[in-house]
Ligand binder design. Sequence first.
Ligand code: CO8
Length: 205
Amino acid sequence: MKFTREDIDTQELDRRRALYGPLTAAVRDLVDATIRTEVDEAVIREVQATVVAATAKLRAEQIDGGFGMRFTADGESIAWGNAGIGLRNAIAPPLVIVSDDAGLHWTEVTLGAAYEGPPGLVHGGICALVMDHLLGTTASSIEPRFTGTLTLRYRRGTPLGPLRAEARIDRNEGRKTVVVGTLSDADGVTVEAEGIFIGPPTPTE
Ligand SMILES: CCCCCCCC(=O)SCCNC(=O)CCNC(=O)[C@H](O)C(C)(C)COP(=O)(O)OP(=O)(O)OC[C@H]1O[C@@H](n2cnc3c(N)ncnc32)[C@H](O)[C@@H]1OP(=O)(O)O
């Protein structure tokens, strides 16, 4: 697994956020526009050439493989390639996860045309992505946990648009943390989730 230390201070981190965040937002918007555009064929071809040229510029200097997980000297994590939350990942919704002192974790996110499965509804795998990441973050709130088993019950279709997901720890059993959660639209729960998240073995195991 790719964990690296990034020797930068908060000011430099903020500068990079301000640089890459708008690029990612523009690419995310491009994805949505690509799905929904109805412009003429000539414009499509022109835009394709522009995008190919822009991609070539970005590829002029690249890292090998994925972005990995980086940490600043202050212990702040930089998971900018992450498919759920990555600041530099236009595929990520992106999720912003918040928690309270009572252990509730939640995220409010709007999923648009890029996340469609059945017509007008969120793809089931995307619901799983949202719940995996939210439940995993909840499980990892004390120490790191990996998804062992994720069980989802799709109660009804999840409409594209604004959604809220919630999660809380149900119980801890040694290295295993069981987390439960829901995904909801304005009319109530669409998906119920339960996950078993496993921590690394202790040195004595
Ligand atoms: C802040 C970050 C948020 C991140 C959120 C996103 C989370 C993710 O998406 S993680 C990516 C997806 N998950 C993975 O890639 C994990 C792949 N699997 C693995 O690495 C390993 O199988 C792992 C770590 C889950 C368990 O391996 P290991 O430590 O060898 O487990 P092992 O010693 O056999 O078993 C320990 C306990 O866990 C249980 N267990 C093991 N695997 C599983 C499983 N898949 N499901 C349920 N329980 C399991 C065992 O039964 C055992 O229980 P008990 O102590 O009661 O006997």
